[in-house]
Design a protein around this ligand. Structure first.
Ligand code: ADP
Ligand code: ZN
Length: 430
């Protein structure tokens, strides 16, 4: 099923022609209306007219989150304030927020992109979507909400938290689809498990859209099995509208990135040079349709790779892999680079591991992984715990090449977050 088949299945040639046309327009508008870009272009001694092919994008300046902060609040606006209808800010996981503006057209385009995503997963008008992301300045909930309404789905604006009420809503309104963070999905599973609720038997769930923070295939697997649903990965960031940038289709083999709205590049984060398709590197995105706030070559800091080859669904927009990590949440222990997600993958692949874990960095060379495990293991038989502790330590060592300390905890010991979770506690900088 397609929402806009003519665009979603456009031939690569036509898609690239469209990208070039829109890139030229975007560069012109940015340069003309945003002093920041005007200055950057003149420093690099280039003009929007110098863009004659898609390759020329590599000559344009990068935009970083520091640039957005320095131009806070109104500096990056390309239209007059009368044309702006909405403000969002980035959730600020990694520092001070950035202001993101939408014109009426931008709100509508963002909703269109979400509509494509939802239809791509087989949603229908009679579906009921319980939106458990945070409403407010964060883009996650509102952008999804508008997109789902565009499709004609019934949206329950539940927001996160109040887990008992969430379950009641699911029961009363026969929710079929959830939109939430992976950490909240795991928490929800543990609450339902404790209450003896069996989703397959007691609820009407069919699918969930999980995004806004990194998670592994193992976590997807765990959530799909517990709820008896299909889980689709959803990627986005406030600077690029929020959700709806890239999303999985029914094949669940990477996320189609809407290339008529964004140009993607994968670069080496250290040198800034473009990497060949199939190599992992930092994702850089350029908006092609944004009216209020066009952004050129945004350094997302997210490490991904483009999945080569065509998708069976017929969409021509290329797919990106699961987000491997953020270039700035990489942990360095004894000179070894580690992404928190590698740890998650190992933990979620072990059956006795429950839902929650935390990584504590203590000294420059010491990392402790605190992990909640199944309640039944705390039955007084110490050797079970020792065996499990050794198993986890060894599996982590072989994945990370560094041996962490492993602490086993009863379920419910670690704090639970409703929004984005904080998995890494860095005591080295406190
Ligand atoms: P921030 O967290 O930077 O303050 P956002 O709330 O806009 O701002 O979050 C966007 C970031 O969330 C992305 O850059 C990415 O790191 C992360 N993210 C979003 N969706 C996913 C996903 N499906 N998988 C992994 N990470 C994701
Ligand atoms: Zn597909």
């Amino acid at each position: 099923m397609f929402w806009q088949k003519d665009i979603e299945a456009l031939s690569r040639k036509a898609l690239e022609e469209l990208q070039l046309k829109r890139l030229k327009q975007t560069a012109h508008r940015a340069c003309k209306n945003i002093p920041f870009y005007k200055e950057r272009f003149s420093k690099l001694n280039i003009k929007p007219n110098d863009i004659t092919s898609l390759k020329d994008i590599q000559r344009l300046p990068f935009t970083t989150r520091e640039d957005l902060r320095e131009n806070y609040p109104y500096g990056m606006l390309a239209v007059s304030k009368e044309q702006v209808v909405r403000l969002h800010t980035s959730s600020g996981t990694t520092g001070k927020p950035k202001a993101i503006f939408f014109s009426k057209k931008d709100v509508d385009r963002a909703a269109e992109l979400i509509a494509r995503c939802l239809i791509m997963t087989g949603i229908k008008k009679d579906d009921v979507l319980q939106n458990m992301m945070t409403y407010g300045l964060f883009t996650g909930a509102l952008v999804m909400h508008y997109g789902a309404e565009k499709v004609g789905v019934l949206v329950i604006p539940a927001g996160p938290g109040n887990t008992k009420r969430q379950i009641a809503l699911m029961q009363d309104f026969k929710t079929t689809t959830l939109h939430l963070t992976p950490s909240y999905a795991l928490y929800l599973a543990s609450v339902m498990g404790n209450e003896g609720l069996v989703p397959r038997r007691d609820l009407s769930l069919r699918r969930a859209y999980l995004g806004s923070e990194p998670y592994s295939e193992e976590t997807r697997d765990k959530i799909e099995k517990f709820f008896g649903i299909d889980v689709y990965n959803s990627y986005g960031l406030s600077e690029m509208n929020g959700p709806g940038v890239a999303f999985e289709c029914v094949n669940k083999n990477g996320m189609h990135l809407w290339e008529d709205n964004f140009i993607m590049e994968i670069i080496d984060p250290d040198t800034g040079k473009k990497l060949p398709e199939g190599e992992k590197g930092e994702l850089v995105l350029t908006t092609l349709c944004r009216e209020a706030m066009p952004i050129l070559r945004y350094r997302t800091r997210d490490i991904v790779m483009i999945i080569p080859g065509k998708c069976k669904c017929g969409r021509t927009h290329r797919r990106i892999s699961r987000i491997i990590g953020r270039s700035d949440d990489m942990i360095i222990i004894r000179g070894v680079n580690i992404f928190p997600q590698q740890i998650e993958r190992v933990l979620m692949g072990i059956k006795a591991v429950a839902q929650n874990y935390q990584i504590v960095l203590e000294a420059y060379d010491q990392m402790t992984v605190r992990v909640e495990i199944s309640k039944d293991l705390f039955d007084g038989r110490v050797e079970h715990l020792v065996n499990l502790q050794n198993e986890i330590t060894e599996k982590l060592r072989s994945e990370l090449l560094v041996k962490p300390k492993v602490e086993l905890l009863e379920p419910g010991t670690l704090p639970v977050s409703e929004g984005k979770s904080t998995r890494v506690i860095d005591k080295r900088t406190l």
